[in-house]
Design a binder for this molecule. Structure first.
Ligand code: NIG
Ligand code: FE
Length: 411
């Protein structure tokens, strides 16, 4: 099966050589080809170039993209889309004056979602989750990282991870699974944090390894959740079981979680709404990428990750949604890209780079995804006719996507 896309107004993120991530400096440039074609064979990008270089129109399927922009699908490197029910009552409570912290302190928040998930069957959880997944695929997401962390018991954490595994099998989207048992202290262990850490380390992790259910290990490293010492224990145990760290840090407080994550070779550090100079220093020269989650800042009315500070220090930055029921009930990467430009002063080039190639790096798949490169997976967005790629972030809240191709197939 071959698909030829012709007359593309502008083909974005074209990289002849396989770059794995872009530094702050490199993010400023978005390589494109105007009036281009793109040829897909089965699930792979095989050729692209200027229309005048196209020698044959022969293909099983020809898509005319006159006036339209073509780019790689979004790589959403941080989500929690496997969850049960919603938390719209807490949303109203926050409007009426309670804080995210107040809600958590009275037993809501993550524990509210955990209770809902514990009372939901694996099949029902799968159905609810794929409903969200299908929606974000239509919005241009072609690769997604999904975390556990609303189970908080061995059975329920495994239930979440098995749902992720099933999604991986059933859908063409690239999926990476992360174990986030250390998301909150479950009620049963309220006075026994050590007991819960032991449970994760001695019971959950070995089972996860046995069933090969996760690639990454995550910890909500935050005041009132897991401190540096807890985080280090979980990271070390995760690494022993073959899991690479990807850590929630600096969402509300900055107290050294970034340096700790870097020391342990974390692939990414995510959130970073609070960021100190020493955090920037810790990231320099490391393989750890910073991930900003602007929809979370928008929804919780908390500071935005200081993207300019990160990028201007030369550091790579990725953008992701954080899709979850409590802090970000949205998986729309288009909104993330817009918000990054509008609120974080990222240029459209930087934001698109952050949501494609650097997003792919933040989930360990940039050798196969995130750019228009010969040999990479054919995961492609074709927009509606638009005046320029700047229009994509500019027209926030508008759906500019016409067609999404995942693994070479129009979805
Ligand atoms: O990334 N911060 C920790 N975890 C999620 C929110 C969890 C929730 O409120 O359900 C986040 O924002
Ligand atoms: Fe998160």
């Amino acid at each position: 099966m071959t698909t030829l896309i012709t007359n593309i107004k502008e083909l974005l993120q074209v990289r002849d050589t396989n770059v794995l991530k872009l530094s702050g400096e490199e993010m400023k440039t978005l390589p494109t080809i105007k009036n281009a074609f793109l040829l897909i064979k089965h699930d792979t990008i095989v050729e692209y170039g200027k229309m005048e270089e196209l020698t044959s129109l022969e293909a099983d399927q020809v898509i005319d993209a006159t006036g339209k922009i073509v780019l790689p699908t979004w790589c959403d490197s941080h989500t929690h889309i496997v969850y049960a029910g919603n938390r719209e009552q807490e949303f109203v409570d926050r409007i009426n004056g309670l804080s995210y912290e107040d809600i958590a302190n009275r037993g809501g928040g993550i524990l509210n979602s955990a209770e809902k998930l514990q009372n939901t069957s694996e099949d029902e959880l799968y159905e609810q989750s794929i409903h969200r997944l299908k929606h974000v695929m239509k919005l241009g997401t072609g690769a997604i990282e999904i975390k556990s962390g609303y189970g908080l018991t061995t059975d329920s954490e495994l239930k979440m991870l098995r749902v992720i595994k099933r999604i991986k099998k059933e859908f063409p989207v690239k999926v990476k699974a992360t174990f986030l048992g250390a998301h909150a202290l479950p009620k049963a262990y309220k006075e026994d944090k050590k007991g819960y850490l032991d449970l994760m380390i001695n019971e959950m992790l070995p089972k996860i390894k046995e069933e090969n259910l996760a690639h990454y290990v995550d910890v909500f490293c935050e005041k009132g959740y897991f401190d540096l010492e807890d985080t280090e224990r979980i990271i070390e145990a995760g690494k022993k079981h073959g899991l690479t760290p990807k850590i929630h840090v600096n969402q509300f407080n900055a107290f050294g979680g970034i340096a700790l994550s870097v020391k342990h070779g974390a692939l990414s550090v995510d959130h970073l709404e609070e960021l100190k100079d020493e955090d920037i220093e810790a990231l320099k020269g490391s393989k750890t990428i910073a991930v900003a989650l602007p929809s979370c800042s928008y929804f919780l009315s908390i500071p935005y990750t200081p993207a300019r500070k990160i990028i201007d220090a030369g550091l790579p930055l990725a953008l992701a949604t954080d899709y979850n029921p409590g802090s970000t009930p949205s998986g729309n990467m288009n909104f993330v890209v817009s918000t990054a430009c509008i609120k974080m002063k990222m240029t459209p080039e930087e934001a698109i780079n952050a949501a494609t190639i650097n997003g792919a790096y933040a989930m360990g798949i940039s050798n196969e995804y995130g750019s228009i490169t010969r040999g990479k997976k054919a995961n492609i967005i074709i927009t509606k006719p638009v005046p320029s790629y700047n229009y994509l972030p500019y027209s926030f809240g508008e759906n500019n996507i016409e067609t999404v191709i995942i693994n070479g197939e129009v979805i």
